[in-house]
Design a protein around this ligand. Sequence first.
Ligand code: NOJ
Ligand code: CA
Length: 559
Amino acid sequence: MHELGSPGPSAPGDSWWRSAAIYQLYVRSFADGNGDGIGDLPGVRTRLPYLAELGVDAIWFNPWYPSPMSDAGYDICDYRDIDPAFGTLADADALITEAHAHGIRIIIDIVPNHGSDQHPWFAEALAAAPGSAARDRFWFRPGRGPGGDLPPNDWQSIFGGPAWTRITEPDGSPGQWYLHLFAPEQPDFNWASAAVREEFEDVLRFWFDRGADGIRIDSAALLTKDSGLPDVAPDQPPGPAHPYTDRDDVHDIYRSWRVLSDQYPGRVLIGEIWIPDAARLARYVSPGELHTVFNFPYLSCPWDAARLRSVIDHTLALHALAGAPATWVLSNHDVDRIVSRYGRADTAFSLQQRPYFRGFPVDLELGTRRARAAALLTMALPGSVYVYQGEELGLWEVEDIPDELRQDPIWRRTGGADPGRDGSRVPLPWSGLEPPFGFSPAGAASDPWLPQPKEWRDLTVEAESGSADSMLELYRAALRFRRAEPALGDGPMSWLPSADGNSGVLTFDRAGSVCCVANLSDVPVALPAHAAVILASGPLTDGLLPPDTSVWLRTQPPD
Ligand code: NOJ
Ligand code: CA
């Protein structure tokens, strides 16, 4: 049964997050309240009724803090305030209160691996001497080679180029280098420093005290590094074998965060960890650590029944060992939108291969059909589920953003080889027949920060509302049913034999009362015995389930 009790502050022992449907809200692109072309918190406040009607239990906000926006807010200057483009702390307080009144919990994004180069600590470090306490909060090191002209080691930035940038010392001489696993504007914090650890625990308390119901921990596997900073082969991508990824001592941090969060009933710690190895991923949800982690093995999986079944089985087995609920996620602000992915000849996804996927033609009709089927498959699985804003509208990856408008540092740092992530971050279409589609108010001074495709006139909330075949109505119906249905969310699941022994069909039972069938094969298949059809992602033909279609069946009414 869902344990959605009264929203914040939650009761002790409240584990709402085990079954929750969590909406990922990318503030910059959700709703613009003041007409400057950038989404903001007043805009979100006006749209809370939309999210309540959609049927989500929580919202995860991408970073909303003051930031120079070198990486869309993942470069933070002040972890205890709101960026003026998004609003004020008072707006955040009001938003938290209003969301709670709608029965919606709030999860905020904490970025502990790195700050902004405009963070006061970094300014202090630049002004201080090598070896000072101010520099020790980051990774400053002398360079190698004659005059220290070469970086301290061969690590590459995840966004392309070297992971080190040289500074000029206060006396004007060429100085030390600092580590940044992402852009140079995002210096890595040194988690061996007690000051860093204390600061972040204080930040956690700050937001929990303001009513935040949970945190999403950015780049959670990267925080601790081998202080010897050993070289790696430069062509080795970040991965489990890399010295800056997934070290044993990172788990100490999360154990102490768990002790802290347990002092606040019902709060959840969610790790963002891009590790393909499900066993290593599951270590983060060991008892006394994080509550959940994003399931990127599931997100990255191609639209293939055997592969999906294997990821689902691994996920459930490893989470069961840890006593943690699984999570299921199809897309987010870092990956290609799902209808585009599923409309390509290769339906896999990996961050490293974005340039490769770029060249593929997209069959949007096929991709949309599959995305609908995937939505029902995903929402029937045991655990919690994420919906990335716009997924519920069937938005596609905007692949033709003019180069001069692209904002993602990945685009620049790879010299355009990698298109980056802007295509999944285009402002939402709400209403009307032309841009800004209600994203900004009438008479807005500025265009949306990224241009919206004119074809999105058919994908606005207004156009899709009440249209029986729309993605939005499918999501609404599925989320509502899932929330009310004791057999869905957290709980047992078992595979059932598929019709005609077709290995391209995934059939599973939830608690003996709901059955989900997803047909990933290329032939229509018969349905198992059932009392009623609850919901289908597309029309059945002569009682058969067509290819790329899923259905939820009532097998037995609940007790
Ligand atoms: C993961 C975030 O999801 C991504 O958007 C960001 O660029 C990196 N972490 C760096 O913070
Ligand atoms: Ca705005």
